[in-house]
Design a protein around this ligand. Structure first.
Ligand SMILES: *Cc1c(COP(=O)(O)O)cnc(C)c1O
Length: 395
């Protein structure tokens, strides 16, 4: 099946041993499951027969979602988790189950991911080193020298939209015994599939594009064959699983992912082109820019014609006060701390995602005081442009 069909059908209508089957997967809230006999339940507990016994181990609604995400990311198996952060935590634990307790990570990752590595995993004895993954030779030297158990990167960085060469990183990580974990929240399987490029474990915050409507907090871990049993084993014990209601909403969201993301990418490109010509704009960051520092990787790895739905913009002569006033002038665009929703979202990194990064460090990261990030929604682009134009008018 092609992607557009797979998102609509995968995971649903699996059970055909009953007189009727609902056309879409219902929300199964039951926590325990009963069988014809104690002997059958015994076989289910013993993994001799497929089935459900207790919702922390597996749940029919979650399993339907997991089949769907496994299909669209070309994985072996998935685990739906309570948040993107819960997904990352169990992904790192899975990667390090039988490997050296060390992680090499990109520095330009999501703020809470830095804190997970630095303030949670590191004090528990995991050696964490940050290295510039966009300098591929430097990264290869670091992997050869450190021999880490895990290499971690995002497919597209926030908010400056650098693109990691996942295929090359995977080759080098795997040949040095490390698992490659990729947070592909910004890319979605529409732009690229990390497992096809050699990564071992993929993580999404489904809160963003996969659920897509700003009403679900959730995560997903998708693995290759080698890591799936370890992931399930950890989850059976620790239980960071998604609730069945959120699983249902996420499945419902993914059914329109192909339509939404294509429109969001189109809108982002229209906005990037329009903003580049705007007198109040210094610079636009978008993956469609032919002068993008990773243009070669974008060409090689992205689905042709799609450049992602996020762009960042430096506004001429703006400081914190004028950016806040600009945000207050927005009438339709939602100035919210997220991305991937059907409505266009605008975020000010200095105020939110990079608030706790020192100004000096921010400067080094290239995140200026006049930078805003826009996650294009599915609205008519004329309305998004009119809203931005009105808010920028007083720049
Ligand atoms: C939002 C986000 C996360 C965290 O996900 P939650 O669902 O908020 O826990 C992790 N990585 C990236 C890239 C994100 O955008």
């Amino acid at each position: 099946m092609k992607f557009e069909s797979e998102v609509v059908h995968a995971g649903d209508r699996k059970r055909r041993d009953t007189a009727w089957v609902p056309s879409t997967t219902p929300i199964h809230l039951g926590t325990t499951y009963l069988y014809q006999s104690a002997a059958q339940l015994d076989r289910v507990f013993g993994h001799e027969e497929e089935g459900f016994s207790y919702s922390r181990y597996a749940n029919p609604t979650n399993q339907a979602l997991e089949e769907l995400t496994t299909a669209i990311e070309h994985g072996f198996g998935s685990l739906a988790t309570a948040s993107g952060m819960a997904a990352l935590q169990i992904a790192f634990q899975t990667a390090l189950l039988d490997r050296p307790r060390s992680i090499l990570a990109a520095p330009s990752i999501y703020g809470a991911s830095v804190m997970l590595l630095d303030q949670i995993l590191s004090p528990f004895g995991i050696d964490v080193t940050f290295v510039d993954v966009y300098d591929i030779e430097k990264l290869e030297r670091a992997i050869a020298e450190k021999k880490p158990g895990c290499v971690f990167t995002e497919s597209i960085s926030n908010p400056l939209l650098r693109v990691a060469q996942i295929d090359r990183i995977a080759k080098f990580a795997n040949s040095n015994g490390a698992a490659l974990v990729v947070d592909s929240t910004f890319a979605t399987p529409m732009l690229l599939r990390p497992l096809d490029l050699g990564a071992n474990i993929v993580v999404h915050s489904v809160t963003k594009y996969l659920a897509g409507h700003g009403d679900v907090l959730g995560g997903i871990v998708i693995t290759d064959k080698q890591h799936y049993e370890g992931l399930r084993m950890l989850s059976r014990i620790v239980g960071p699983v998604l609730g069945p209601f959120e699983s249902y909403l996420t499945m419902r969201g993914i059914k329109t992912l192909a339509l939404r993301f294509e429109r969001q990418c189109q809108n982002a490109k229209i906005l990037a082109d329009w903003l580049a010509e705007h007198p109040c704009v210094d610079r636009v960051y978008h993956c469609s820019d032919p002068k993008h520092p990773d243009a070669e990787a974008i060409n090689r790895l992205f689905t042709p014609g799609l450049f992602g739905a996020i762009l960042s913009v430096e506004i001429k002569d703006a400081n914190k006060d004028s950016i806040m006033a600009f945000m207050d002038r927005l009438k339709m665009i939602v100035p919210g701390t997220s991305l991937g929703d059907v409505h266009t979202l605008l975020l000010y990194p200095v105020m939110s995602s990079h608030r706790n990064v020192s100004p000096k460090m921010r400067e080094r990261m290239g995140i200026r005081e006049n930078l805003v990030r826009i996650a294009a929604g599915i609205e008519n682009p004329d309305d998004i442009i009119a809203d931005l134009d009105n808010a920028l008018r007083l720049c």
